[in-house]
Design a protein around this ligand. Structure first.
Ligand SMILES: C[S@@+](CC[C@H](N)C(=O)[O-])C[C@H]1O[C@@H](n2cnc3c(N)ncnc32)[C@H](O)[C@@H]1O
Length: 238
């Protein structure tokens, strides 16, 4: 029997109008939907975005990804989730793995992608790109990410500010995702490096409670929510 295709579908950063036509077309066609249930926040948001576009009665299967750095626990979860995803594909059904933003930017889709490529390399996988959180963030903030010969880097703040210190000298602008956990360390580093005044915090972009904070020298009173990112620009034109 011919294997079904796995589609890695980016559903955009939250605003339900920022899902692509191609994503909605694929979502209407597939026989089963998978979604990472690691953070309730992004699971329910992805579900909300896709629900108007699903075929009636299509099963939606949440996949648990543990929030841990324990390599053994992670490997066993990826393998288990990989097996769940492969089952319908081997029956010839088509499946979508939905992810906030784009599936190739800091997404749990990456785990499934690697696992299936290694264990079932004959299964076809197609990626449907999505509008990323930082593209949407730059748009609401009216901030150009790069022009002329400039460059920008996209990094994660999940482990703190060390990467930021490494990268900031080599590029014109840094996009920092996952700022919520280590935000105090990140803010201290922005102040030490003289970057706080050129930084913009965007929280819940395109969603209820959206916040755009400029000039972060004053910091912010409460920890930013999970859906928060920073645009850190080095020039004084900001
Ligand atoms: C696991 S990463 C997912 C990134 C996503 N795949 C993308 O393409 O943007 C989660 C991080 O993305 C950022 N993020 C996602 N959606 C967002 C939104 N609507 N507003 C602000 N930040 C968002 C936050 O930095 C959050 O911690």
């Amino acid at each position: 029997m011919k294997n079904g295709t796995l589609y890695g579908v980016g559903v955009g950063p939250g605003d339900p109008d920022l899902i692509t036509l191609k994503a909605t077309k694929i979502l209407r066609q597939v026989d089963v939907i998978f979604a990472a249930a690691s953070t309730k926040n992004s699971y329910s948001l992805s579900m909300e975005i896709v629900s108007p576009h699903l075929k009636e009665g299509v099963p939606v299967v949440p996949l648990g990804f543990p929030m841990t750095r324990d390599k053994r626990k992670l490997a066993s979860a990826w393998e288990k989730n990989g097996r769940k995803v492969v089952e319908p594909l081997k029956r010839g059904e088509n499946a979508a793995f939905i992810t906030l933003g784009d599936p190739l930017i800091y997404s749990t889709f990456g785990y499934i992608f690697h696992t299936i490529k290694e264990t079932e390399p004959h299964i076809p996988i197609e990626i449907i790109p999505g509008i990323t959180s930082y593209q949407a963030g730059a748009a609401v903030a009216g901030q150009i990410l790069a022009e002329a010969e400039e460059s920008f880097a996209v990094i994660s703040g999940a482990l703190g500010a060390e990467r930021l210190k490494d990268v900031v000298g080599h590029t014109d602008q840094v996009v920092l995702l996952k700022v919520y956990h280590k935000y105090q360390e990140i803010m201290d580093t922005l102040n030490q490096l003289g970057l706080a005044s050129g930084s913009i915090l965007i929280s819940r972009c395109g969603l209820d409670g959206e916040v755009i904070l400029r000039d972060l020298k004053k910091g912010f009173d409460t920890p930013p929510p999970y859906l928060s990112l920073l645009l850190i620009k080095k020039t004084d034109r900001v």
